[in-house]
Design a protein around this ligand. Structure first.
Ligand code: FES
Length: 106
């Protein structure tokens, strides 16, 4: 059964902002990219680097270590050297609050 976790108020995470969260046993990043919310794992599949400080553009995040890129919507790799996707977690906005689906350990 899905467990939705309330993580912040919608108006507290402005476009261009991000929030690092511990959800269950996973580190994740909640991002507001151009007014749309995304939640991704904070772990690059190339060599385990954190994605938290990666640049975001064209709905992708770039790993600061070696430059792999991942699509925020799907987690798919959009640039090497990573080849495996990162987990993404559904985000729900309800009554001005932001909820994230608690991840399964991966
Ligand atoms: S650890 Fe992310 S690209 Fe290498």
């Amino acid at each position: 059964m899905t467990n939705l976790v309330m993580v912040t108020r919608e108006d507290e995470l402005l476009p261009g902002s991000r929030l690092h969260l511990e959800l269950g046993e996973e580190s994740v990043i909640l991002l507001n990219y151009e007014g749309e919310f995304f939640c991704i794992a904070d772990l690059c599949t190339h060599d385990g680097g954190p994605l938290e400080d990666g640049d975001v553009f064209e709905c992708q995040i770039e790993c600061p270590r070696h430059g792999a890129r991942f699509d925020l919507r799907t987690g798919k790799v959009t640039r090497l050297p990573a080849t495996d996707p990162i987990p993404v977690y559904p985000v729900t906005i309800k009554d001005g609050m932001v909820y994230v689906e608690e991840p399964e350990p991966w």
